[in-house]
Design a protein around this ligand. Structure first.
Ligand code: AMP
Length: 308
């Protein structure tokens, strides 16, 4: 199947170089639909899409392309439901901007508010953040969102589930009405559509089906084993890899703790991560995993949200 290239979607050389460096060869389906639309006209957008579809680059590339590196005020705001996703989105945007002189600043709870305040005094082009901490800064007048060109609501359904809808409305009320609003959500429950109808202009909807996730580079294998043989099978899989480095998903926190304990007992460098860990503990564990001090991270899918 022939598909358009990133260049044919209208991206400039700087960004194309960054994409090459990242190893993105072809646009994913959501990128094929979103990038030309965002570059060409001024509609708002609802993207019905999950994590893994390449949605960050789908909204990020056209935003990075169209922002002005000499502008003063904050030009774009990306709201995400979790600190991890904030960091992930901000890192992804940073790696996609290439040499373009744009500052992307993550703002989330659990970090020193004073340091954030200092950073917010400088020039920031794109702010990526969680609603709670952004409201703190809005209330203390550290943050001026009255000149933004883009507002992105990422994983809107997760923000709804975390009880952030009122916070989002408050943040929206502090932004200029002529901003362009992009909303991404894996599901489209009524409160999300109602939010869109109240706060978004004339919008287009893009639906990306689950089958078209950007995982064609991932080989998927399953093994049928008896419940009682599962741990043994897992250890074999880890052992056959020359250097196993990966995530193990469990359904419950109890399973996470149980499996981690058993793996550690057998001498594997495993760590557990689930919702019971404090932010500090999560960052510590993630840091160890990133530095490969631990090579096996056992997680619940909730705790892993936003992990890249
Ligand atoms: P996202 O859905 O934005 O969380 O992206 C999921 C993963 O796919 C991230 O690791 C991206 O860096 C990666 N990705 C996004 N677009 C592409 C692409 N066109 N080619 C290869 N990888 C991609």
């Amino acid at each position: 199947m022939t598909t358009l290239t990133f260049k044919e979607l209208g991206l400039s050389d700087d960004i194309l170089t960054a994409l090459e460096k990242k190893g993105f060869e072809q646009p994913s389906p959501i990128q094929l639909e979103t990038i030309p639309m965002l570059l060409a006209n001024t509609h708002d957008l609802i993207g019905h899409a999950q994590t893994g579809t390449g949605k960050t680059a789908a909204f990020g590339l056209p935003i990075l392309e169209s922002l002005d590196p000499t502008s003063g005020p904050i030009q774009a705001l990306v709201l995400t439901p979790t600190r991890e996703l904030t960091i992930q989105v901000s890192d992804e945007l940073h790696s996609l901007k290439g040499k373009k002189n744009l500052t992307i600043t993550p703002v989330y709870g659990g970090q020193s508010i004073m340091n954030q305040k200092k950073q917010l005094k400088k020039r920031n082009d794109i702010i990526v953040g969680t609603p709670g901490r952004l409201i703190d800064h809005l209330k203390s007048k550290n943050l001026d969102l009255s000149h933004i060109k883009y507002l992105v609501l990422d994983e809107a359904d997760e923000m709804l589930n975390s009880g952030f809808i009122e916070d989002i409305e408050l943040i929206l009320s502090k932004t200029n009405a002529d901003r362009r609003t992009l909303l991404f959500s894996a599901t489209m429950p009524k409160p999300i559509l109602s939010l869109a109808n109240r706060y978004m202009g004339d919008y287009k909807t893009i639906n990306i089906k689950k089958e078209t996730l950007a995982t064609t580079l991932t080989e998927q294998i399953y093994f049928e084993v008896r419940e009682s043989d599962k741990l043994e099978a897992l250890c074999r899989i880890i052992d056959v890899e020359a250097e196993f480095y990966g995530l193990i998903f469990c359904r419950t926190k109890r399973d996470v703790d149980r499996i981690t304990e058993k793996l550690i007992h057998r001498g594997y460098a495993a760590e557990a991560m689930h919702g019971d860990l404090s932010q500090f503990q999560r960052e510590r564990v993630l840091g160890k995993f990133r530095k490969k001090i631990c090579s096996i991270l056992v997680v619940t899918d909730v705790a892993s949200r936003g992990l890249d």
